[in-house]
Design a protein around this ligand. Structure first.
Ligand code: AMP
Length: 221
């Protein structure tokens, strides 16, 4: 199975990704995470990336495409993948289509999450991450038992440096302009699954998505 999960920032892509990856036995690949790892290593590239991410802007299509191409050529994605946060522009989507076509492969589904701007803002500003185990929290919606500490391993939670209201509004604007056109792009291809992801538990959103995949596969038989 080859899947894409897309949606505005903080729509819940990173929370649903592990469920989808487990269900379909595929590897989740997050371009945002790959960039953050490069930043952590403090390489010359990482330092440039930090400036871009901190402004809430997108990394260039060229660099992102090259990085994804190298990643998708690795052995561990032979059986499929779940791309989280890629593609984020029509140019990237076309690049991916071409890359897959050259390998006689194609995407199965694109899952598009959506929710209102004001919920997005609260989700971003309230988002906390455990740097040790990666568990996600939100101080408004899914608080840890003790303030700012991970329930699972007691590690102090951290906030992403781009998780501020000002940057969040900028990222939403960029999403609307550059990434939202992908919804129509994949709708035309007949592989789009849309799901509202606010006011619902991750498990429920995941169940709805799964049912749509099953219903669609049934229609194909
Ligand atoms: P995310 O973790 O998906 O929210 O991504 C964090 C940041 O990484 C974004 O705000 C962008 O600056 C950058 N980024 C992630 N994926 C892409 C992409 N496909 N194209 C360009 N920039 C990206």
């Amino acid at each position: 199975m080859r899947l894409i999960i897309t949606g505005p920032p903080a729509a819940g892509k990173g929370s649903i990704a592990p469920f989808l990856a487990k269900e379909y036995g595929i590897l989740p690949i997050s371009t945002g995470q790959m960039f953050r790892e490069e930043i952590k290593k403090q390489t010359p590239l990482g330092l440039k990336l930090k400036v871009i991410l901190d402004r809430g802007e997108l990394v260039s299509d060229n660099l992102t495409n090259q990085m994804v191409e190298a990643r998708l050529k690795k052995e561990d994605v032979k059986n499929g993948f779940l791309l989280d946060g890629y593609p984020r522009s029509i140019n990237q989507a076309e690049f991916l289509d071409k890359f897959l076509a050259e390998r006689n492969e194609k995407l199965d589904y694109v899952i598009s999450l959506y929710l209102e701007e004001e919920i997005i803002i609260k989700r971003i500003v309230g988002r906390r991450i455990c740097p040790k185990c990666g568990k996600l929290y939100n101080i408004y919606f899914t608080k840890p038992k003790f303030d700012e500490v991970c329930d699972l391993d007691g590690t102090a939670l951290i906030k992403r440096s781009d998780d501020t209201e000002q940057i969040a509004r900028q990222r939403i604007k960029i999403y609307e302009k550059q990434t939202a056109p992908l919804i129509e792009y994949y709708k035309q291809k007949g592989i789009l699954i849309s799901s509202y992801s606010g006011h619902k538990k991750v498990e429920d959103t995941f169940d709805l998505i799964k049912k749509q995949v099953i219903a669609d596969d049934h229609n194909k038989i």
